[in-house]
Design a protein around this ligand. Structure first.
Ligand SMILES: Cc1cc2nc3c(=O)[nH]c(=O)nc-3n(C[C@H](O)[C@H](O)[C@H](O)COP(=O)(O)OP(=O)(O)OC[C@H]3O[C@@H](n4cnc5c(N)ncnc54)[C@H](O)[C@@H]3O)c2cc1C
Length: 492
């Protein structure tokens, strides 16, 4: 499978690849999976279980991608994904979570206006450090719900798409009674800030047509108490993974795929599954020969990539109220703040500050120390007795060359079939990852399922090509779902 300096089709038979194209029947079909996040691992696992020859090439020195549990605080802290969206058996990850006995801490039920949180879990503070009365928070929440309902009418009345912000302003012009003043206005900005966090995009960039069109699973949202990493490790198991292998070029030739990594080594296989993040494809960090078709390129350029970042702070002791989230309200949504209290779910004295959209982009420009100082200023505003953190972590998903963004989002005025086009194969090149999930983009379970789907499609093609009518079926999904262990969910 590994070779150097390939030029003609004949070269493949002597290049050290693990099959010869002329006489390849005795050898099982081979697949290169590019990217070792959840989708790549899912695809590699499924095809390995189906007795394919699989190699997974990962650019980082670790697997997991945008699932990244850090242990330097001596406790798990997820700097990428941390919620399971949809605590139900229909969630494609549920079988593994049950099997591994991973604990979940539910932070919201179904249909919360705050997506992954319920209102009762919040303490909101003004910039002056005064706690906002809960009745006001609830009242503004109800107004926000009405505003969003009214935006649906705006959508029906307008043929062209617009941003959610534009729709909100049309609604407020029509219904001045929904306008908020003073502190209530700041609380409304905070609700908008939470919406921006869900999409990892500014409200003036979120598509009115698409913002509520995603298929959200039932059961609410829960934090993975031990972090997401145990899931990744269990799925990866004994897969053939090469870390520090950054793919730079993908060539389709002679019914084969030749993948080149930094340093010049080539890998050859019957097919490849590409799971690198959308941001990496947008930045043209991988050269394709022949070039990808226009319908694929336009999907890559038209799906948006949102940014969300985290600043995790470990303190020597807890000095904050016993709520799941501390929120800071402000006159504009970008200035609002949001601290997740991990002590509630895990018992560790850790707060995680989260920023989304252009604010998250700005945060990446600061040094770690500056970012922590900024966050501590916000914390001190609301809790003047806050102590300095003993340790901190700062994520930079937007500028990290391995991600170049946090997760995909719908931009204003883009065609509806983008995700279908993004996931569609180009001959023997298959595409997977969160942006390739039609119903659950931007999530871990969506990325997982898209990896399985790409593996199934790829398997079908290669079975036909090899004339194998009944190769081992992909057993992973079915096998695991038979295990009947309940999900372990708590809330304190
Ligand atoms: C801050 C943040 C918070 C999030 N919160 C949640 C949440 O709470 N719940 C949830 O469900 N989802 C959440 N998500 C989204 C979720 O993490 C992603 O949807 C999912 O992990 C994406 O998986 P993937 O396999 O598609 O991509 P990735 O995990 O990014 O995997 C792609 C892999 O490709 C590798 N790669 C990149 N370039 C190359 C190259 N040239 N050659 C080889 N390998 C390459 C990368 O290193 C990476 O390992 C969050 C994401 C972020 C960033």
């Amino acid at each position: 499978m590994e070779s150097k300096n390939l030029s003609s089709c004949e070269d493949f038979s002597v290049a050290g690849s693990f099959f010869s194209p002329i006489e390849k029947k005795p050898s099982p079909p081979s697949v290169i999976v590019i990217g070792g996040g959840i989708s790549g691992i899912a695809a590699a696992r499924a095809l390995t279980n189906a007795s394919f020859k699989v190699i997974l090439l990962e650019s980082r020195d670790r697997i997991g991608g945008r699932v990244h549990t850090d242990y330097s605080f001596m406790c798990p802290v997820d700097m990428g994904a941390s919620w399971l969206h949809g605590v139900c058996n229909e969630n494609s990850l549920a079988p593994f979570i049950r099997l591994l006995g991973l604990k979940l801490y539910r932070t919201s039920g179904d249909n919360s206006i705050l997506y992954d949180h319920d209102l009762e879990s919040f303490a909101l503070f003004g910039m002056d450090g005064q706690q906002v009365p809960q009745e006001l928070v609830i009242k503004v929440g109800e107004a926000f719900e009405k505003i969003l309902k009214e935006t649906m009418k705006v959508r029906d009345e307008h043929l062209d798409d617009m941003s959610v912000l534009q729709a909100i302003s049309i609604v407020l012009d029509k219904h001045p009674e929904l306008r908020q003043e003073g502190l209530a206005y700041e609380v409304l900005q905070w609700y908008i800030c939470r919406m921006e966090a869900w999409f990892a995009a500014d409200v003036d960039a979120i598509s009115l047509k698409n913002w509520d069109q995603e298929h959200v699973l039932t059961g609410g949202h829960a934090l993975m108490v031990q972090g997401y990493n145990p899931l990744i490790e269990a799925l990866a198991g004994d897969l053939n993974i090469r870390l520090n292998h950054r793919v730079t070029k993908i060539v389709q030739r002679c019914n084969l795929v030749i993948v080149t990594v930094e340093g010049g080594t080539n890998f050859v296989a019957d097919a490849a599954i590409i799971t690198v993040p959308l941001g990496v494809l947008k930045a043209n960090l991988i050269e394709f020969e022949p070039k990808l078709p226009d319908w694929k390129l336009s999907a890559i350029s038209d799906i948006g990539v949102g940014i969300e970042n985290k600043v995790a702070l470990r303190f020597s002791a807890v000095f904050w109220p016993n709520v799941e989230v501390l929120g800071v309200v402000a006159p504009i949504s970008h200035a609002c703040g949001y601290f997740l209290n991990l002590h509630k779910a895990t018992g560790n004295p850790v707060l995680v500050y989260m920023a989304a959209g252009s604010f998250a982009v700005e945060l990446e420009k600061l040094s770690d120390g500056e970012a922590v100082n900024f966050v501590m200023l916000q914390l001190k505003n609301i809790l003047p007795h806050a102590t300095r953190p003993a340790q901190y972590l700062v994520s930079r998903w937007g500028s990290d060359i391995n991600s170049l963004g946090s997760y995909s989002c719908d931009l204003v005025g883009k065609p509806a079939d983008l995700y279908e086009r993004f996931r569609a194969p180009v001959d023997n090149l298959y595409f997977a990852g969160e942006a390739a999930s039609i119903d659950h983009s931007g999530s871990v379970h969506g990325a997982y399922s898209s990896g399985i789907s790409a593996a199934e499609d790829c398997q079908r093609r290669l079975q036909m090509q090899y004339g194998i009518s009944d190769l081992l079926k992909i057993v992973f999904r079915g096998e695991m779902s038979e295990i009947i262990v309940p999900l372990q969910i708590s809330r304190m």
